[in-house]
Design a binder for this molecule. Structure first.
Ligand code: PRP
Ligand code: MN
Ligand code: MG
Length: 178
């Protein structure tokens, strides 16, 4: 698995520092609110688990399973909700937790779907943002790091379902997916 990585982009320690910084921002912003963190699976599984423990305010969590990339390195453009939330959202201040914002198709679609359910407020938190790849109009409220356009894996991010268990984030060797 490690042989498939070209270079490490974020070490375990760098990721931990990013997560604790965002955790502090969220803790501050959501004082006195009714925070519901919604993790967009599968990619955000690792980030979510760490981030929720970096928030010091009371919160609830829930999960959705959404998929658009499948086995490729390019979005299919079709965002599929594989598993939906099954609670009413009116009483919650919703925070959507994503691992990466790339074309923006996943988050623009999700935001629209969840906004229609009238939460008290809705914000987006993404660990990584690739602004130069944006096709849909989405602006994240919390960003861990802006990254260049390289195919990255690890810390929840996959290629064809693999590499999610790497504890760091690395650039995949192009020969793996070319
Ligand atoms: C990836 C990633 C984001 C989305 C970002 O999910 O986890 O959810 O794509 O890309 P976009 O901004 O171009 O829509 P993927 O569809 O690969 O599913 P996964 O989370 O199960 O890996
Ligand atoms: Mn995803
Ligand atoms: Mg994926």
């Amino acid at each position: 698995m490690l042989d498939d990585i070209q270079r490490e982009l974020f070490t375990k320690e760098e990721l931990a520092a990013i997560v604790s910084r965002i955790g502090r921002e969220i803790s501050w912003d959501y004082r006195g609110k009714n925070l519901l963190m919604v993790s967009v699976l599968k990619g955000s599984v690792v980030f979510m688990a760490d981030l929720m423990r970096a928030v010091t305010e009371p919160l609830s969590i829930d999960f959705m399973v959404v998929s658009s990339y499948g086995k490729g390195v390019k979005t299919s453009g079709v965002v599929k909700i594989v598993l939906d939330l099954n609670i009413p959202l009116e009483e919650y201040d919703l925070l959507i937790v994503e691992d990466i914002l790339d074309s923006g198709k996943t988050l623009s679609y999700l935001r629209e779907v969840l906004e229609a359910r009238n939460p008290k407020s809705i914000r987006i938190c993404t660990l990584f943002d690739k602004p130069e790849r944006r096709e849909a109009d989405v602006t994240p409220d919390y960003v861990g790091a802006r990254i260049p356009d390289a195919f990255i894996v690890g810390y929840g991010l996959d290629y064809a379902g693999k590499y999610r268990n790497l504890p760091f984030v690395g650039v995949l060797k192009p020969e793996i997916y070319e």
